[in-house]
Design a protein around this ligand. Structure first.
Ligand SMILES: [Zn+2]
Length: 562
């Protein structure tokens, strides 16, 4: 007698082997049989040829807190995600003594843009150690969770508020090493740190991990090396992306552990830089066999703005001065031909790397205010400039001025060039993810990194076979994080499954819902073409709707104890 039988699926088993038609039988939370199943079952789902794959494993989330009030991890579960990794970017909710909680919240609020009220109302702190945190998390889960130990929490635990003021003493480093070891022994899948120069706390102080010396970071990571366990996750580090590869390689060389760094992505201001990054990553692999992997995202990052609220020009001094001036003075500046010269020089002519694209052919007029300008919508600034015989900057500013600065523009800051994105996603050393699920819920949602990958890139652009794509989202992530019984459809493996239609799977535009603690609003993201999500043998999403089952658990890698 099976608990669950999934009949007539097209099985993509996660190995990359060719898919085949068959049934999958589940008992006791495990896959027990694959092929043609005739025995009876408590529950049978006829898949009618839909794809059946191992559940997707999201390697980069910030659901550390959300899972307490939302054990299903919405919206990840709507995309076929059955396991998530928390504790990324140096941020974890443990270890933390009662007096450290405020420091941890301050870091989460700013770096991940999760509102203070949500965290204060949503977290019932019942833990000090990583073990206690994992036990608390495990009491009610819809999906599975694997956790990294975060450097920021570890530092505050030992140094209190001095963690954001100074380097650690050798004694303090020794205490931190003990906490990392305790966390790993409790079942953490690795250690995360954050050297990103933009990552500050709510009170503008750098997050604690940024004050760590290389000696400290090395000593903490040595714990993973000594235990021969766990993944190192990096946010920032090295002077720029080029430096980050050697930074990651140094840490992999020192510890012998896999290092996951972020990220390789396309940006318009350095349109070929991603290629150099891929080549360098590959070289480290080939020449030294060091397991370093780059994260990338499947969803282009869009920036929508008007000249009333834009932040994308803040990196340029004259633009910044204009944007921080009162609106009447700002209008005067934008109208002044002499100022325009400077604006053009800073944003367009200057060739130094920037987040702003520095070209008008990728900046779109998204929404106009005046009916007479309606025909300009969805055209690029470049296109309009050519048809009017004008310069791009003049078109951009004249239009905005004519509409009281209310014209909305949109451009893609990262992953804007599909050709580049295809090459990045295909690369074997690149991990698809960076969903940041649970973070910056007020202005962006990327839960659907996997449905975007399978829909837009694998189906529409045809960058790789679906078999290989499924493997990239499942088996390879499980392998990287040492999750021994996940990521394959194989007897004896946990029955974590995603059932979807390859012809329609895709991610949908984010939408707002008001369901956070404190009645706050967040963005969620739904998918098309994802039918059922099965976690540890229980259906948690059936035909797109939650069933009320909570079969998730904390995933603790099995380790050899000598
Ligand atoms: Zn992150």
């Amino acid at each position: 007698m099976y608990d669950l039988v999934l009949k007539n699926g097209r099985i993509y088993d996660g190995s990359g082997m060719p898919s085949f038609n068959g049934d999958v039988g589940v008992a006791g939370g495990e896959i027990v049989e694959i092929g043609r199943i005739t025995g009876s079952a408590n529950k049978t789902l006829n898949l009618d040829g839909l794809a059946l794959a191992p559940g997707f494993i999201d390697p980069h989330t910030h659901l550390d807190a959300q899972l307490f009030w939302d054990p299903l991890g919405t919206s990840s579960c709507f995309h076929g995600v059955t396991s998530v990794v928390v504790g990324n970017c140096g941020l974890s909710l443990a270890p933390a003594k009662p007096e450290d909680r405020e420091a941890v919240i301050k870091s989460f609020v700013r770096v991940e843009a999760i509102s203070r009220r949500v965290l204060e109302e949503g977290i019932q702190w019942k833990w000090t150690s990583t073990k206690e945190y994992l036990d608390a998390l495990g009491t009610r889960l819809g999906i599975n969770v694997a956790a990294l130990v975060g450097h920021i929490a570890v530092r505050h635990y030992v140094m209190g508020e001095e963690a954001v003021e100074r380097e650690a003493t050798p004694e303090e480093i020794e205490q931190m090493r003990r906490l990392v070891r305790q966390g790993m022994e409790a079942g953490a899948v690795g250690f995360s740190t954050n050297q990103n120069p933009r990552h500050m706390r709510e009170d503008k102080k750098p997050v604690a991990s940024r004050l760590a010396s290389q000696e400290e970071l090395g000593a903490l990571l040595d714990v993973l090396g000594e235990m021969n366990a766990g993944v190192v996750q990096l946010s920032g580090g090295g002077a720029d992306a080029r430096g980050r590869i050697s930074y990651a390689a140094d840490l992999a060389r020192r510890t012998g552990r896999p290092v996951l760094w972020q990220s390789i992505s396309h940006s318009w201001s350095r349109p070929n830089f991603w290629q150099e990054m891929l080549i360098n990553t590959e070289r480290v692999f080939k020449e030294e066999g060091l397991p370093i992997y780059a994260m990338t995202q499947a969803k282009p990052f869009e920036n929508r703005y008007t000249l009333l609220d834009a932040q994308c020009f803040d990196e340029f001094p004259t633009w910044r001065a204009a944007m921080f001036s009162p609106v009447p003075a700002r209008r005067e500046m934008f109208a002044d031909p002499e100022v325009r010269k400077k604006l053009r020089q800073e944003a367009i002519e200057d060739q130094s790397p920037s987040t702003f694209p520095r070209r008008w052919d990728v900046i779109f007029i998204d929404k106009v205010k005046l009916p007479k300008n309606k025909s300009l919508e969805r055209r690029t600034v470049q296109d309009v400039a050519e048809s009017q015989g004008k310069d791009g900057l003049d078109v951009f500013l004249d239009l905005a001025l004519e509409e009281d600065l209310e014209t909305r523009f949109v451009h893609i800051t990262t992953q804007g060039d599909p050709k580049a994105v295809c090459e990045i996603l295909k690369h074997p050393s690149v991990i698809v993810g960076q969903s940041d699920a649970g973070a910056h819920m007020g202005y962006d949602a990327r839960f659907g990194y996997c449905t975007a990958f399978l829909g837009r890139w694998v189906r529409d652009y045809g960058i790789m076979k679906l078999e290989e794509a499924v493997s990239k989202l499942t088996f390879r992530v499980a392998s990287l994080f040492g999750l021994g019984d996940r990521g394959l459809v194989r007897p004896g493996f946990a029955a974590d499954l995603a059932i979807f239609d390859p012809a329609t799977i895709n991610t949908l535009e984010p939408e707002y819902v008001q369901d956070l603690p404190g009645n706050e609003t967040r963005m969620i993201q739904r998918a098309t073409g994802v039918y059922h999500t099965v976690v540890n043998g229980e259906v948690v999403i059936e035909n797109g709707a939650a069933t009320g089952a909570y079969p998730g658990r904390v995933l603790r890698p099995r380790r050899w104890k000598d």
